[in-house]
Design a protein around this ligand. Sequence first.
Ligand code: FAD
Length: 403
Amino acid sequence: MKFNTVIVGAGHAGGMIAISLRNKKYKGSIAIIGQESFFPYQRPPLSKVFLNNDIDVNKLYLKSENFYIKNNIDIILNKKVNSITKKEKFLLLDTKEKIHYDTLVFATGSLINKLNTKVDNLTTHYLRDIEDAKKLKHAIKNIDDLVIIGAGYIGLEVAASLKNNNLKITVIDMDDRVMSRAIDKYLSEFFYNKHISEGVNFLFNQYVASIKNHNGRSIIKLSDGSVLKSDVILVGIGVKPNIKLAKQIGLICDDGIKVDEYGQTSEKDIYATGDCASHYNPILNTQLRLESVQNCVELSNTIAFKICGESKPYSKVPWFWSDQYNIKLQIAGSLVTYDKSLMRGDPKTEKFSIFYQKDNQLISVHCINSPKDFLLGKKLIANQKKFNLDLLENPDLKFSDIV
Ligand code: FAD
């Protein structure tokens, strides 16, 4: 079999490559190869509405099966790409089928980090795909205790989604606060208080020493020697980029597969997008590997332009969101170090934003139920103009007042 463009990975980024190519009237043949049994779908609902509602998996699909048929996109599901032969430009699937390509796109996504300790698969769950979410949904029926290991986005979103199921939920983290990699101490405190007010318990500065099974329940021993019992455990301790195949064929990788401003890897005719790719962001002047829907959509769009012969460099402000209870957190930019911050709005109303500057330039904004501030912040980050942060104290300030 031979296709002009072959995409490895039928996730959000892989799907978006094919969709963007056809939107741009790409005439070549396209194949997407994915080891899951679903058409490219959105993962964000899996830790949110999906857990509590009867949602048909079709509703998660980026496009229906019909779209791929009508647009002549071959989707090869339930098959894994085992190896790639760069010189002769073909892939070998686990079924021993050979697929030749002219252009190859890596959209292999992320792999979840697993606990080092031995676990019982019936009571310990991870959450990355539809099958994981279905299993978790089934497991939490008729239980009393849920322990969540990891106070990051996934753990906290699941806690928020399941709290109204009358579960006793305990979240354990190695760090001393929630979402410590993504938000500052003030916002961590805000989210912590929100979860506490909803009845979630937290244990910080603890890691899991061992998990043993006793009569269908888990006995979790923590680093300080204390013991917790739980019916079900969810582990949400982050992901790593899936770059094994890329490394095997010698592509330059750092934290992810290194791509240039057009999504092209160190090898001509090979691109990478989504969670597995690492790109240089000219707005933030830094190398980034993002785990977000926005990056899947926009980097894939850049690559589709390039494959179609148009060069439009990838230069976007990264953004992300998280839903917990009635709180929508929206983040734009990247927060590594900052020298000044300013809060707008009132945390008591659960509607406020924090703007962060470095060298008088806005580098990030974190918004709680404040979509207007999010849009303003995103524009100001993209604009890269230096300004006095105090100007943002004026709630009626418009983008045009600054630039
Ligand atoms: P993936 O979605 O990981 O897809 C990669 C696919 O490639 C997988 O299906 C994998 O099986 C397949 N694959 C890998 N290797 C091979 C191979 N060798 N052969 C065949 N197939 C292969 N982002 C947000 O912006 N906002 C959110 O609120 C948010 N919530 C999330 C909630 C959950 C529960 C999860 C899991 C993620 C969430 N994300 C969120 C992150 C976002 O969903 C990811 O950034 C996005 O799904 C990444 O897409 P991807 O296509 O790069 O990778």
